[in-house]
Write a protein that binds this ligand. Sequence first.
Ligand code: ZN
Length: 491
Amino acid sequence: MNRRQRGLAWGRLLLGLLLLVVAVMLWRTTRLRPETAPGPVVAATADAIDAARAAQHLGEAIRFRTITHQDPAEDEVAEWEQLHAWLQQRYPAAHAAMQRELIDGRSLLYTWPGRDTKQPPILLMAHQDVVPVSPGTEGDWTEPPFAGTVKDGWIWGRGSSDDKGSLVALMEAAESLAAAGFQPGRTLLFAFGHNEEVLGSGARAIAEQLKARGLRPEFVLDEGMLVIEDHPVTQGPVALIGIAEKGYATLRLTARAPGGHSSMPPPETAVAVLAQAITAITGSPFPLDYSGPAAEMMAALAPRASFTTRLAVANAWLFEPLLVNQIAATPSGAALLHTTMAPTMLEGSPKENVLPQAAIARINFRIHPRDSAAGVMARVRAAVHELPVELDWEGQPNEPSPVSSTRSPAWQVLAELAAEASGAPVAPALVLGGTDSRVMSGIAQDVYRFMPVRMRLDELGMIHGTNERLSVDNLDRMAEFYRRLIERAAG
Ligand SMILES: [Zn+2]
């Protein structure tokens, strides 16, 4: 073989390999087809729940101003007491069937004993408290935030979607089942924390109670994710079920200096050192990585995505950098792929002509399930290296949750019912915020975060903002979903 022939042979071999790679890629891509078309949207109004009544009930629940504050002394305890009395009065059959306990002052734990106490219980959660309305924005609301107005197919007010809608839907489901004489096969637990919005103590106290009783739920379902009608990956509706949530930690960064008059500054001031340290920390971001819940979500959605997305997801071994770039193009996408850091607060001198004796910054971290608070601290220490700054946690960091299974029987039931209720394909997801259910990871096998509420991405802003509202249709869909879930999982 001469040189030319050898070259040709190599060329053919390379071409052959290339064609083989392309063939494998295409084969993998075509395998990513939707297994079944999403089922028809179940007419939520057809069945067991009276939607108009449920909507009136949610309106009533919104009128109790169960607003939590950073300082619990500012909470108006009487509002919770009225909510509790109202629940008992509105849901008599459910209260007759379940044992009700007050925990940590204002949190509620309901136990509906199952026929078979050997089976692990299931735990359904919601929270009673709401965030305040930002002072000065009350006038921006179309309907007053605490009037609980029901109008034109909507229930208006603070807490309608976060999270009294869920609480009322759970009680509607329990009431309709109890009134029909339903008895669960396994024990059913409802946990309604009273201070979720301030990362409060209620849910943790409930978790400790359950642990002390030797109760280990097979699964927990809480708020946290919903049905996004315009999901960027498929351009259509997707029911996202949260299988993990990020951790939360705030770092306090302090630079100290002698202080003095700003007319005679030393070469380096506390503020300058602090600025260098912030730049060093934010200049060393956590690597973006295509793995964990985000990769699971992409794998679930790819069959319904464009050909290029399918091609990339099916061949992530080759296209991972491309996928990472695509997903990280938006801040919310990037947050799925790594631990984020956001400098949020700065303190220096109290006066413009006084050198500060301490300059302080706070950096808020949202820790990806693959990282830990200790790992964050180690990275920060390496980044600031020899800069003279003190590093402390502001309060106790919350570690990220474990990642729950997408193969368990509980997942199967949830995914089926979620698809049925929403008419949308189902995908696992990572929750960027925090929910009460994070404290249940230690006592439960799997923890899921989902409600079958359909919303567009541009509607999510109202949840802690102005004009929070929930459609009657969504409330009804939620109550029907919980009812079916209780029948299926605890029947
Ligand atoms: Zn909430």
